[in-house]
Write a protein that binds this ligand. Structure first.
Ligand code: IMP
Ligand code: MG
Length: 180
């Protein structure tokens, strides 16, 4: 696995520190509201980020999963995301925080926001670990962003290429010869 990575963009220690800061930013917003909080992680990319983030959040919460496939198979081009699995929990009247690994074109977040809006939540916000700067349109920005990155294809810490590398502990740039 290691040999497929061109270079490390974000080291695990750097990610951990930023996740703690993000958790503090998120807590500051929701604490004041006495929220009925439901986190909605987008599978599968958000799983590692989610696991680390929620253990830094001292808030009572539920979790409802949603699966959206934005990059089916071995492609790196954003295609129309397909909602593969519906939401696993009820978000009606609840304060929803969508959690995703990366905000790229914004189509995935937009699609999930629309789907959640149909269930009449109280509030909807989004937290993403990575944001590819300037790619998503203004109306689909996230409320909480871990890192702004350049438009490079990255893997690790939950992010995949062809469903591989999610367990790589750092966030790294894949060697270009491995990409289509
Ligand atoms: P969007 O719909 O274009 O914003 O893409 C968001 C989704 O695409 C993310 O949840 C990821 O699963 C995937 N994605 C976008 N960029 C990358 C990347 O650099 N590496 C791995 N997955 C990515
Ligand atoms: Mg993915």
């Amino acid at each position: 696995m290691e040999r497929d990575i061109d270079h490390i963009l974000l080291h695990h220690d750097q990610i951990s520190e930023r996740v703690r800061e993000l958790a503090a930013e998120i807590s500051a917003v929701y604490d004041a509201q006495e929220p009925a909080l439901t986190l909605v992680p987008i599978l599968s990319g958000s799983i590692i980020f989610l696991a680390d983030l929620i253990r830094e959040l001292p808030l009572k919460m539920k979790i409802a999963l949603v699966q959206v496939s934005a990059y089916p198979g071995r492609t790196v081009e954003a295609t129309e995301p397909q909602t593969v699995i519906q939401l696993t929990g009820d978000v009606r009247g609840r304060d929803v925080l969508i959690v995703d690994d990366i905000l790229d074109s914004g189509r995935t977040l937009q699609r999930v926001r629309e789907m959640i809006a149909e269930h009449q939540p109280a509030t909807v916000r989004a937290a993403v670990l990575l944001h590819k700067t300037n790619k998503a349109p203004a109306h689909v920005q996230a409320d909480f962003v871990g890192f702004e990155i350049d438009d490079l294809f990255v893997v690790g810490y939950g992010l995949d290429f062809d469903d591989h590398y999610r367990n790589y502990p750092h966030i790294g740039v894949l060697r270009s010869e491995l990409m289509p």
